[in-house]
Write a new protein. Sequence first.
Length: 253
Amino acid sequence: MNPGVTIVIQARMGSSRLPGKMLMPLHQEKTLLYWLIERVKQNHSTKSIIVATSDNAQDNPIESECQSIGVACFRGSEWDVLSRFYLAAQAMPNTLVMRICGDSPLISGEIIDFAIQQFQERNVDYFSNGNEPPHFAEDGFCVELFYNKDLKDAYENAEWLSEREHVTPFIKKNVALKKAWQQFRKEYRYKLSIDTPEDFNQVAWLFSKMTNPLTSGMDEILELIACHPEKINTPLKLNEGYHKSIQEDRKVK
């Protein structure tokens, strides 16, 4: 029997390179956030989905969009992302928590089901199909899965800025926890998360070519890229936000 899983999607209007990207029309006049949520809903493992956004007034439209889509929304600290994420997960408590970043509308149900299956088969405390470059980096498709109890430990004990501006560093640094990574497709080497206007245009093009924008998965997207390599840029750097936090790291608790 599958353990309960809560999917927490992090989404904010603030973005230094592409402000308001979450509500920009990505395909068929529907927003980036709409397509992300609707694609996440296609998984076969859990229906517990909640969006975590900040309590800043600029994120009011995120909450309104969630209401329109029919998905739960939690609002919390703008800077303490770990706190916001943890409290969002407790609003819909389950044994396991999956982290999905709002800049990745290509994440599909098959990726979610794959991660949950791998987590169980490997009997680990943490699993991800990416988020560990350069060896495991399915940028734009990355999910992370871990126990709620370990998320609570991070929430209560993480002290460094890099551990609170991001959700999983404290968990990943815990040597007592068993961790595993495996890409869904080992040949994936692209950056398809959305941080810039160029990123947005790339993903919008992929959506326009999909057989079904709700269910088309990574294999079809890799085929599209193989047929039109000029449409997709090669990534120069991944996880820039986390590297910035490391450079500015200090104790905050």
